[in-house]
Design a protein around this ligand. Structure first.
Ligand code: ADP
Length: 321
């Protein structure tokens, strides 16, 4: 193998730049050439290749987002589009591809690799931590920390004014981010897409907490489980005497300088992804289990679903007394 390609696809996550840097420098250290591909699979189709050297990735380890850019490119689901991408890679002399991204990016990498027997490796990067086969994704720790400090600030007001706050965090299909934030913030209630919770149940829980002398509560709501505005309006009707407010954290959770854990993970994954390809092993995702860096077949990654840490629910319920 003489030349590797690197791209970032799907939603951006803090630490993508650190992962690009690690993959590029590992490849260069082994004497490979590296092509960066801009705008994910879209750039692969449009032949947006950039020659990368060691200096191209200087000064980005601490920057959020991805300097290679990313965009959604649903056309990549079509085989003839992937065929053109495969030809573009061949014309560019790229013999292996490191894809940095989430669940959808994993599907894209698996489709490209399995259709054309093309070497591809995935570095899981997502603020949702919803990818099967790895305990953590690049960016998750940063996003949790960003949300935690925002909720801590909201808690100050909630306590002082004896208010109840509904805080909506990201997570369309999975509650992994929400539940982690809820435990870390000592939230009283968490509502996630995996477990239906009717407004009436929230009312009941708030009444129980009131009886225990709690004057303010924090409810963490994953965006896929409902809208903070609607839940707040419903609760306000049920508790006219209470001041109930909401906050939608939104895109602030995607940005911010990556934490040290995110950066270390990005470095470990970047190196492991390149070495996996150099050993001729594909298609794999690199991941972490416990403290061990592992390789997981992409086929498993795309066919299995990662479970939310359900044990956290018990912690939240027991602490909310
Ligand atoms: P993420 O990687 O963050 O989950 P997306 O779901 O948008 O983000 O996926 C990123 C990109 O991966 C998509 O824009 C598309 O180009 C590609 N992709 C997603 N799903 C598939 C699929 N089933 N087959 C091929 N490519 C896919």
């Amino acid at each position: 193998m003489k030349k590797l390609g690197v791209l970032t696809a799907g939603g951006d996550a803090p630490g993508m730049n650190a992962a690009i840097r690690a993959a590029v420098r590992t490849a260069l250290s082994y004497g490979l050439e590296v092509a960066g591909i801009e705008r994910g699979y879209g750039g692969l189709y449009e032949k947006a290749f950039l020659k990368l050297d060691s200096r191209s990735v200087s000064g980005i380890i601490n920057k959020s987002g991805t300097f290679l850019k990313t965009k959604r490119f649903p056309q990549f689901k079509e085989k003839d589009v992937r065929e053109k991408c495969r030809r573009n890679l061949a014309e560019e002399g790229v013999e292996g591809l490191v894809v940095i991204g989430g669940d959808g990016s994993a599907r894209g990498a698996y489709a490209l690799s399995s259709d054309f027997d093309f070497p591809a490796a995935l570095i899981p990067a997502s603020i949702d931590n919803d990818i099967y086969g790895t305990d953590f994704t690049v960016g998750f720790d940063t996003a949790v920390n960003t949300a935690v400090s925002a909720v801590d600030n909201i808690r100050d007001t909630a306590t002082s004014h004896e208010r109840t706050f509904v805080v909506e965090v990201m997570g369309r299909e999975k509650g992994n981010l929400a539940i982690e934030v809820a435990v870390a913030c000592g939230a009283e209630i968490v509502i996630v897409p995996e477990i239906k919770m009717e407004g009436e149940k929230v009312v009941r829980l708030l009444k129980e907490q009131e009886m225990k002398g709690k004057a303010s509560s924090i409810i963490i709501l994953a965006e896929g489980a409902g809208k903070a505005e609607e839940l707040t309006a419903f609760l306000q009707k049920e508790f006219p005497e209470k001041q109930i407010r909401y906050s939608v954290l939104g895109y602030i959770q995607r940005g911010g300088s990556p934490t040290y854990l995110t950066r270390v993970l990005a470095a470990q994954f970047g190196k492991a992804a390149v070495e996996t390809l150099m050993e001729g092993k594909y298609p794999f995702m690199v991941g972490i289990r416990g403290s061990e860096i592992v390789r997981v077949p992409l086929k498993r990654v795309v066919s299995c679903s990662k479970l939310m840490p359900y044990g956290h629910l018990d912690i939240i319920n027991r602490m909310a007394i």
